[in-house]
Design a protein around this ligand. Structure first.
Ligand code: 5GP
Ligand code: ZN
Length: 132
């Protein structure tokens, strides 16, 4: 492979995965802030929520910094579907066969507090609808 191709690939990887220095979840992904890791691969990182709202409360986050659902681009659609696939796998591992909930909070009205895209996986108790 030509050197310039390698450089282009390296630059792309850097842009895709370069953490935001002031982002809590980028720091968790990088390991500079500790977390209870549940799952990791090249695309996503999953960890226990620090303040669980249910017996299972796992956050699945893309390694790429994306501020939220309202900041998604076409390039991000794959990781959104993939995050759900990982959520379903974790739910299966935890035997949540009676059901579970996946949630993205978006913006202040929905109570989003961390501005790095994260899918909540909640389960292990009866969920209510509509949510509060
Ligand atoms: P949001 O309200 O933005 O949808 O969800 C943010 C979630 O991140 C909350 O459920 C909150 O408990 C969780 N959280 C906030 N800070 C930390 C942290 O330092 N570590 C972990 N593991 N979870 C966190
Ligand atoms: Zn981030």
């Amino acid at each position: 492979m030509a050197n310039c191709q390698l450089l282009t690939m390296a630059a792309r990887a850097l842009i895709t995965f370069s953490p935001m220095t002031d982002c809590l979840f980028c720091k968790i992904i990088a390991g500079s802030i500790p977390s209870k890791k549940v799952y990791e691969d090249e695309k996503v990182f999953a960890f226990e929520d620090i303040k669980p709202g249910a017996p299972t409360h796992v956050l699945i986050v893309p390694k790429k910094h994306i501020a939220g659902v309202d900041h998604l681009t076409e390039a991000d659609t794959e990781v959104v579907g993939y995050s759900h696939l990982i959520a379903a796998k974790i739910a299966k591992e935890r035997k949540l066969e009676h059901g579970f909930r996946t949630v993205y909070n978006v913006g202040p009205d929905a109570g989003q507090t961390v501005f790095h895209l994260h899918l909540h996986l909640l389960g292990g108790r009866q969920m209510h609808w509509p949510p509060g």
